[in-house]
Design a protein around this ligand. Sequence first.
Ligand code: CAA
Length: 291
Amino acid sequence: MDITRIGVVGAGQMGNGIAHVMALAGYDVLLNDISAEALDRAMAAVRKNMERQVSRGKIAQDTMEAALARITTTQTLTDLGKTDLVIEAATEREAVKQAIFDELLPHLEPHTILTSNTSSISITRLASRTDRPEKFMGFHFMNPVPVMQLVELIRGIATDKDTFNACLAVVEKLGKTAASAEDFPAFIVNRILMPMINEAVYTLYEGVGNVKSIDESLKLGANHPMGPLELADFIGLDTCLAIMNVLHDGLADTKYRPCPLLTKYVEAGWLGRKTGRGFYDYRGEVPVPTR
Ligand code: CAA
């Protein structure tokens, strides 16, 4: 099927990144959020990130202007009914996602593919509550979206071949690489990445190392671009904890138990970069370890 119009629900970090790469690839994008301020912030972020690409010679100025002109914003979710592919990138809470699908479904065209950028929630369960489980799947981008090469494509139990192939064609048009994952808790990337981050927090909790030594060890000793605690702050500690809970509940194995120190940071509201404090304190000129 021919996909030309893409709806993105949620104008946060992931939503604006998705709108950015889709518009650069030539798709018409309709970006939705309930908040006008969030939409303004998202468009400013897209412009800033595209300007960064222009200044590094990755894209031309007129390519940027054309891409920006392809993004339209709307506070009315049901406007997305006219698109060919919807990517839901709202808050990582099942009830929020469910409410979005419930409102949107009666307005969708029959051919529209519905997807979620969820990092861990069951695609099969989300799909089962829609009128189109065969046209529903997971479309999971990595952060920062314009930079990261991978997109995980997750098939629910009912997802049909045409839907998968249509989404695969979109990933290829973006110039990214798709990893096909079966629908089990946290899929591939987070099934492996989050237990590593959680283990880094245990390493801190047990006093084996401090924030600096743990991050330096993985950066210099394993060539990771960011240390695990720095990466946790970048992703958001609430998101890391939510994913560990999905793994723990969904796989019922104690090896996935979230570290109590991770829970403590989340309970403190120290969620990482987005709140100014996590394993590092970002409120000064340079990030300072909090342990
Ligand atoms: N938009 C556009 N370009 C961006 C960008 C953005 N938002 N952020 C960074 N860039 C570009 C920079 O312009 C720069 O471009 P050049 O190579 O052309 O110079 C390049 O990316 C590198 O950026 P910086 O020089 O600013 O910084 P860096 O070298 O420290 O790299 C990083 C930053 C790319 C974020 C790197 O640290 C990194 O790869 N970190 C790991 C990120 C990661 O693991 N992400 C996955 C998280 S897991 C996830 O997302 C799944 C989930 O469900 C939780």
